[in-house]
Structures are given as C-alpha cells and as structure tokens.
Design a protein around this ligand. Structure first.
Ligand SMILES: [Zn+2]
Length: 192
C-alpha cells in the first residue's frame, strides 16, 4: 500500500457492467478488533487507513465491492481491522435504550422478521407488564406495530407468536452509528 493522504484518496465501487463508478461512502464503517479479535469500536474507513499507515492495525476483512483509488493502484476498503498491540478490558455493559434494543435485534421485528425503520418501531414486553413482566434486556424486544398490536396484553404463546431470538443483554455497544444493516463481513466477530 502506498503512502498517501487517506483524505485525498478516491473511493470507487463497481457497477454491474464492470466499469468503475465513483461515489462517496463516508458512512462506510470499519469494525475495530483488539489484539484478541474482540470487537471494541467502529471507525470511519479514513481513520482506519490512517491507523494502517501508522502500522497500528492489520486488515482482517475487506469490503468486496468498494475500492480506494490511488494514482497507481486500487485496493479494497477494510471492513474489519485488528489493533496489533492492544487488549481491551470491558468495563461496562450496554445501556438499556430503545435504540440499543433495536440494534441488538438487528433492526428486525422479533416476531415476523419484518425490517424495522429506526424512526418507526415499537418495543414489546415479552411477558406483559400487566403480568409482572419487567423492563429488562431479557424481556424487551423490537417489533413492528402490527405484531405489537396483535400481541396486546398476551404472552407470545397466547398470541400465537414465536420469538426469533432469546433476548439477552449485549456485552458491547457496537452499532450505535451504523446506518442501515450491519456489514456481513462483521458477523463472524460480533459474538455479543
Ligand atoms: Zn412484526
């Protein structure tokens, strides 16, 4: 890889015809792992390139269809990088918020799998509050308005619904800044 100011690099993606079209991917996030391959944060690809030039990281996975063009060379944008000399200690859990529940649940209704919009989704108490259900990571799931209305004050079984996943408390809050879907290149490393 060449020494070049990352901010001056151009970003290209492929079109179906194979020609290269330029577009901006300022939001393209890079997952940062510590030396033990544990996910600790996400950064912009520009920041990741700076860390690469500083020899702080190694590139573990790349985005398949996104390149950085320099005058003589083009190379793929990193999707997952590893800090070579850093072990992270996890000092805290993830705060229980509506958004973090949505993120944990991968922006999908936990009953019907419908994709949820960040601005329009509901949070359901699996065991209804009227039956002693708590507002906890283990009892709250993201769901669509339709399923929530259908479920009402019933348990999933009573309402004929099946939970997609057992709700648990995530260990690391990684997704706060992801717009859209979690990149598939990250999935092997997100054992939260
Ligand atoms: Zn639903």
């Amino acid at each position: 890889m060449e020494e070049q100011e990352p901010s001056k690099l151009k970003v290209a993606g492929s079109s179906p015809a194979g020609s290269v079209t330029l577009f901006t991917i300022d939001m393209e996030p890079v997952l940062v792992l510590d030396a033990a391959y544990r996910p600790i944060k996400q950064v912009s690809w520009q920041k990741a390139m700076i860390m690469y030039f500083q020899e702080k990281i190694e590139i573990i996975k790349e985005y398949e269809d996104k390149w950085i063009n320099s005058p003589n060379k083009k190379f793929k944008i990193p999707a997952v990088v590893r800090l070579i000399n850093f072990i992270f200690k996890f000092p805290f859990g993830v705060k229980l918020t509506r958004t973090n529940i949505l993120i944990r649940d991968n922006l999908e209704c936990q009953y019907c799998s419908k994709k949820l919009n960040r601005k329009r989704f509901t949070v359901d108490h699996v065991v209804p509050r009227s039956k002693g259900g708590k507002s906890s990571w283990e009892n709250l799931v993201a769901c669509c308005a339709k399923c929530n209305t259908h479920k009402g004050d019933k348990s999933p079984k009573e309402a004929g619904l099946i939970l997609k996943n057992v709700p648990i408390q995530p260990k690391v809050n990684l997704f706060r800044y992801v717009h859209g879907e979690t990149p598939k290149q990250w999935l092997d490393f997100l054992n939260y």
